[in-house]
Design a protein around this ligand. Structure first.
Ligand code: C2E
Ligand code: CA
Ligand code: CA
Length: 669
């Protein structure tokens, strides 16, 4: 990992650009690498085949030329001997003597040798010719020696007769055969030599061309292969970069942050230095996205990332964890004080106004700060605690807040419980009870509220008050809400299938309203159970809406737009202003049970209940009182024109089966 680029840095341009290419190789870009590989092999094959072919054919031509010239030489020796025989025969007739006879016999021997050689190196036609000559030679010699004998006896007349009648015709046959063959073979040898010469000149001119063309092609294919390898290499580098960086901002992502965090902690332990982590969540970022569009939102996130990079030290890692959440790892920091100072500095940097296309934008941000040692010894604890600190900062309206173990209600035992809760959800140990809401005017059941319980394998039944507040501190609440929605809607479907129309209300936590996925999850579940949106009501507390009122309002409007009813839960204990209430898409107001429970013993509470009923009605909402434990309270609420009631007096929260029985009996009355 140490060779990774520093967080936030871009991949060097040179890695992704294709290098300058000579013009003649430009079009090589169009050649796929598979072809290039085959092409390279093909070119090498062609070049080597050419070399082999040209050496074999040239060699064969050379051999032919040599054989032809040797044969021609033997024929020409035979021809010379034949001509010598003729002239010596004439000489003997004019001037007989032993030396001429000797020469004649010599030439005869030379002819014999030449014919023998022709026979050895020639082809079947040459063999035939040699046989013919030899056949004619015997009678010719007989007549010649007869004629020499006549010359020796001075019988010129007999000698002339033998010569013209016997020797000459035979000799003419021999001479013609040998001289013609010698001439023909001489011509043949010239042709063979000519062929060899022209092949050699062909080789001389073609070989360099073939090799140059081959080299060019090989170079081209090699260039294609080099480019492909280069592109694959840069693709691999890009993929690695993408897997460790946020696409939008180029900052480190969660994976890279986790890795750097581990490294920093290890180094810190060795060197005795402190590692700090700042967790940043933007406030009202959604407002920018929704009012100006995602384009502005994206650019704003990018600019924020750049400011963080500028302001952080080079050794720090700036990461985007998703949405509007950033984190900064300070691998070596001067204790908590140093981390807080860094957080303040970064906070100042990103809350200074941004300008995008002439539009001035302000962001607010909450920073949660933790340092190693003081707040934890492993990355996952530190990250969790930075999250708690950030959430606390948001809740308290602070810019920067360090983790405070005092405000974290998560003792080690409770931390363990969170782990168990995660497992409990997986093992489906959590279940729902249902408590009806009834109309005060008709007595009819208008719906039920789903209330979660946990059947813990060791602790027994655990009430929501004991685990929901901790689940709300972490992402588990998202899983839990999804789990409850699924159970509640599947129950609503079961009731419909049994012929009962009973809308269910599900409690939604503050943190769920910061989660963009909630709306999609609800749409999917309604679709899955084939339910109309009016079968679902969501109960949201005032404080949940106040946490990030813009985000909450946006999600609530979307849900309301789909036809889902929204109720304000525990109304009266929070600080919702009337102006805010008026703007929210709320159809039901639930008066907090603390007022209802004390209604009859405390006049102030009674007054509050009456005022809330009036307020709700004036805003066009249905008002429900929860915590109705007695018939008197029920009657009093009727007198105040409260619309509905919920409480132990009507029915305790019970299992789905128990509720169904209760409901069917009541409807029968
Ligand atoms: P809540 O939403 O105010 O739920 C009503 C609580 O009042 C329930 O407590 C219910 O059992 C109790 N209650 C109902 N009638 C009476 C009555 O006549 N007298 C008295 N004294 N109490 C009555 P429960 O079930 O213990 O739930 C406590 C809180 O836990 C709920 O308060 C709600 O805030 C939270 N909660 C329960 N289920 C879920 C859930 O699925 N998701 C979330 N996020 N929160 C839940
Ligand atoms: Ca509720
Ligand atoms: Ca309530």
């Amino acid at each position: 990992m140490s060779n990774l680029p520093p967080a936030g840095s871009q991949v060097p341009e040179t890695l992704v650009q294709v290098s300058d290419t000579p013009n003649f190789l430009r079009w090589s870009k169009a050649i796929p690498s598979k072809w290039a590989r085959h092409g390279l092999v093909g070119v090498l094959l062609v070049i080597s085949s050419f070399a082999v072919w040209s050496s074999i054919t040239t060699g064969r031509l050379g051999e032919q030329a040599i054989a032809s010239s040797v044969l021609s030489d033997h024929y020409s020796a035979a021809a010379t001997a034949v001509l010598a025989l003729e002239s010596l025969e004439h000489k003997y007739r004019l001037d007989p003597g032993p030396s001429i006879l000797h020469n004649f016999n010599d030439s005869l021997a030379q002819l014999g040798t030449a014919l023998e050689r022709v026979h050895r190196s020639g082809t079947p036609p040459d063999h035939l010719l040699v046989e013919d000559v030899r056949t004619s030679l015997t009678p010719y010699l007989e007549s010649i020696y007869k004629m020499f004998d006549a010359v020796d006896h001075g019988d010129a007349l007999r000698a002339r007769r033998i010569d013209s009648e016997e020797a000459d015709p035979l000799f003419e046959k021999i001479e013609n055969a040998v001289l013609q063959a010698a001439a023909a073979h001489h011509q043949e040898s010239i042709v063979a030599l000519e062929k060899l010469r022209s092949r050699e000149s062909f080789n001389a001119s073609t070989t360099p061309i073939v090799f140059i063309a081959g080299l060019l092609l090989a170079g081209l294919f090699a260039e294609v292969l080099r480019r492909t390898r280069f592109e694959l290499d840069s693709q691999r580098k890009n993929a690695l970069h993408a897997s460790l960086h946020d696409k939008l901002t180029g900052l480190a992502n969660r994976t890279l942050l986790a890795d750097r965090f581990e490294q920093a902690m290890r180094l810190g332990r060795r060197q005795g230095s402190t590692t700090g982590l700042l967790l940043i969540d933007l406030d009202r970022f959604k407002e920018v996205n929704d009012t100006l569009g995602h384009h502005y939102g994206d650019r704003l996130l990018d600019l924020i990332g750049k400011r963080l990079i500028n302001e952080a030290r080079e050794i720090d890692t700036v990461a985007r964890l998703g949405g509007d959440e950033f984190a900064i790892l300070l691998p070596c920091v001067e204790g908590l004080e140093g981390a807080l100072k860094a957080a303040q500095r970064l906070h100042t940097a990103i809350t200074a106004a941004f300008e995008i296309d002439g539009v001035e934008l302000d962001v607010e941000a909450s920073f949660g700060v933790v340092v190693s040692g003081l707040h934890g010894d492993d990355p996952s604890t530190l990250l969790q605690r930075a999250d708690i600190a950030m959430y606390a900062a948001k809740k308290q309206g602070k810019c920067v807040l360090a983790y405070d173990p005092g405000t974290d209600r998560r003792s080690p035992e409770r931390l363990a419980m969170l782990g168990e809760l995660r497992r409990g959800l997986e093992r489906r140990e959590l279940f729902l009870e249902y408590q009806p809401k009834v109309s005060l005017s008709t007595g009819k059941v208008t719906g039920v509220e789903a209330l979660v319980r946990w059947q813990h394998p060791v602790r027994g039944l655990v009430n929501p008050d004991e685990f929901i507040p901790f689940a709300e501190l972490t992402g588990i609440i998202g899983t839990l809400t999804q789990y409850v929605l699924n159970l509640a809607l599947s129950q609503a479907r079961a009731w419909i299938d049994a012929g009962l129309c009973i809308p269910v209300a599900v409690n939604i936590s503050a943190r769920n309203l910061l989660d963009d996925k909630l709306v999609v999850q609800i749409i999917d579940l309604l679709e899955h159970y084939n339910l109309t949106p009016n079968m679902l009501m969501l109960e949201v507390t005032e404080s949940a809406i106040m946490l990030d009122s813009y985000a909450a309002r946006t999600i609530l409007r979307q849900l309301h737009g789909m036809g889902i009813h929204i109720a304000i839960d525990d109304f009266g204990v929070g600080y919702t202003s009337l102006a805010q209430l008026k703007d929210l898409p709320i159809s039901e107001l639930k008066i907090d049970k603390s007022f209802v429970l004390a209604m009859q013993s405390d006049q102030a509470n009674e007054l509050i209940v009456r005022s809330v009923v009036d307020l709700g009605h004036n805003l066009g909402m249905t008002v429900i009182a929860e915590g109705v434990e007695t018939a008197d309270v029920l009657d009093a609420l009727g007198d105040y024109h409260c619309d509905m009631a919920q409480g132990f007096h009507v029915c305790r929260p019970v299992s789905a089966e128990a509720f169904t029985q209760w409901y069917v009996q009541r409807e029968r009355k």
